[in-house]
Design a protein around this ligand. Sequence first.
Ligand code: HXC
Length: 529
Amino acid sequence: MTLEDLSFTPTTSFRIADLATRQDEVVRIAEKRAIDRQHAKGKLTARERIDLLVDPGSFVELDQLARHRCTEFGMDANRPYGDGVVTGHATVDGRQICLFSQDFSVFGGSMGEVFGEKVLKVMDLAMTLGCPVVGINDSGGARIQEGVVSLAYYAELGRRNALASGVIPQISMIMGPCAGGAVYSPAITDFTVMVEDTSHMFVTGPDVVHAVTGERVSAQELGGAGTNSEVAGNAHHRAADEHDAIEWVQVLLGYLPSNNLDPAPEYTDDTDPGITAADLELDRLVPDALNQVYDMTEVIARLVDDGEFTEIHGAFAPNMICAFARIQGHTVGVVANQPRCQAGVIDIDASEKAARFVRFCDAFGIPLLTLADVPGYLPGVDQERGGIIRRGAKLIYAYAEATVPKVTVVTRKAYGGGYAVMGSKHLGADVNIAWPTAEIAVMGAEGAVQVLHRRELAGLPPDELARARRRLTEEYRERHASPYLAAERGYVDQVLAPSQTRVQVARALRALRTKRQALPAKKHGNIPL
Ligand code: HXC
């Protein structure tokens, strides 16, 4: 019996017992049902996910007793508390966050009016508190019974995401279906993680794709974690399971400030001020032969605290590495070419990946460390037709606009547009370092000789040709493909042995902590989209 059924004035103890009954209904009874349904599908429940994500006992639930007001399709006979989404605030590693967790066991986690009100309310709270918001998605999308009202709330959510962008970090976890227009809220947020096998994201599902284009494709192939993390680039991390997804988000939050006005969390600085054995290993890392590759993550690991970093978008455009790390206890965003993948060339995906990362770091005051070993932008019909001009420009725009401290190290090749875009002095980098192995030039020596000496070489007999080409290539490399012409002009501030780099980068970033730079006043720029 509840208060609504009573014909007498209830006592205080009755009212308290009535509240307990309602709470029991929301949490214990509904959760049992949710466990049965979700576990059968290999998924955790909305509440289990929250419990794993946040500090024990820190979750404060809001609007637990909210219920929908829909009377269509017999909905008035089924008005579960919570309306298919659990919202509230909590701490992760002692730091405040707001969150919502969609409950697929209630109306398929679909967005109706009250569901929407709850989500918007917690987003507004995150903006008021200035703390990250984490959205756990597991939903059939717009609640069909509520029609246009649910569409309105998706648009409202997108507006909140856009206004919060650059103010508070926004993280999306895709833990089940996320389809139709529902995908656009996660797409606007800063980081999206997807779970292998149990999550998918697409604008139209396999059936609609087949009806419209005749193509047959599975949900996983169309929008599973693999497709979205490796091919489409919508997911920044492909988690093996839900626990992995949650741990990744916890680690990510540890690097981020709560909002654009607060500094990122600082950790104890126990870095060695002298040259270490790991530093000396850097002196042997770049191979003597130019066409031999090395792993840029080996460089990153030797420059950052404890060799630890977290890659963002690790499976997408692996020729460009974007990662969060710490140097002297302070968060940095690392942007680096990966010589092991396509020689570290910049293609459309690499440009867009790095541009978005640079803009995130800039919005949240996170300094940038750029490691350049780049043969330039990728030539090719596909790239040109795909818009590498417009889309490659994003990275230039992002670096030029970024006012956070920017430190760049050229480890080997820095050719052509690749030199200019990868955190060059000319795009506003504060400290530029080059290793003696750096080759800063318009293009590689072989290509340059071919262009500059074409006529002269064309007249030579075959036995002399190879010798002449080798001589000219060596001369060019000696004169032009080194760090020293750039150093003469102050385009690089220091040429350093690799083993000195960690200490000097740390000093540069420490000196730059007080950097202040303002951009010309404007409403906003117009980055090529
Ligand atoms: C209401 C929904 C629902 C929805 C699922 N359910 N989606 N209820 N509105 N959108 C309900 C089901 O009726 C079912 O209720 C329960 O949730 C579980 O659904 P199942 O179908 O049994 O689950 P499953 O087999 O895992 O399939 C999941 C699914 C499928 C692939 C998501 O449910 C589905 O295709 N749903 C419709 C998806 C869709 O077209 N949404 C609209 C997208 S457009 P019972 O009572 O049986 O348990 C959109 C526009 C946004 O979102 C616009 C933004 C601008």
